[in-house]
Ligand binder design. Sequence first.
Ligand code: T3D
Length: 264
Amino acid sequence: MEDAPVLVESRQGYRVITLNRPSRLNSFNEAMHLALRAALVEAEGDKTCRSVLLTGAGRGFCAGQDLSDRVMGEGAEPPDLGRTIETLYSPLVKQLRALPMPIVCAVNGVAAGAGANIALACDIVLAARSAIFLEAFARIGLIPDAGGTYFLPRLAGEARARGMTFLAEPVPADTAANWGLIWKSVDDNALMGEAHAICARFAESATQGLALAKQALNASLANTLDEQLALERDLQREAGRTEDYAEGVRAFMEKRKANFKGRP
Ligand code: T3D
């Protein structure tokens, strides 16, 4: 069934967001962009939601921009891709990074173009062993966007970032995990079980602390050590004022499992 471009399911303590244009390998059109962003806003607004699981319907995760929206007739005025990057892709990446909770991305199949980079923008990336990551842009004369030129060298190193960008060859999930692009690859039939298990664990975690840790890790990529140490001080001050921290210390001393509540 291919109705809503994004499906949202509420689970105990987390939300599952599924990209839902399977006949086009969940490639992005404007409607899917807007629906995904609205789903993330709703997740943030729900105090009981402590993590997000992002995945794709059908055999692919996401094939990047829907190229059927980009076909140009002979001599036609080219589309302004800077505008779509500025209004759609970049805000989405910023929203994923700023969401104050972990995003678990279950890459269920091919992740190509912006689809690969949207996955890399998430916090914990699991990929089915049969999935591939493909920086497809060079095949059509574009550059990696959706944060690709930012994330690739930082996660995989310069040599691999340049190889993936210039050669545009598929990188299998196992290789992506070995390179440090993603958290891990898992057997195809174990993917969703593992992703749900992580979100279920977050539903019982001190997720305010995780949100602050996410903020610190995001900033670390651009900060000097001095700046980062100052930020750690400020964010730890905030973490130290949460009820979850007090509960964590009490539970440790009382040798029992902590009952973390997440956002008040
Ligand atoms: O434009 C802007 O605003 C700038 C932003 C750009 C961001 C970008 O992401 S640019 C990069 C766009 N993406 C690509 O270039 C990838 C294109 N797709 C592929 O190279 C291949 O489909 C895959 C390697 C991803 C998968 O190959 P395969 O053999 O497993 O599947 P397939 O047969 O190629 O695709 C299945 C169907 O999905 C097929 O439709 P059909 O023939 O069954 O009716 C195919 O046309 C469709 N599809 C796959 N990717 C896209 C797509 N349709 C539209 N746009 C796509 N990106």
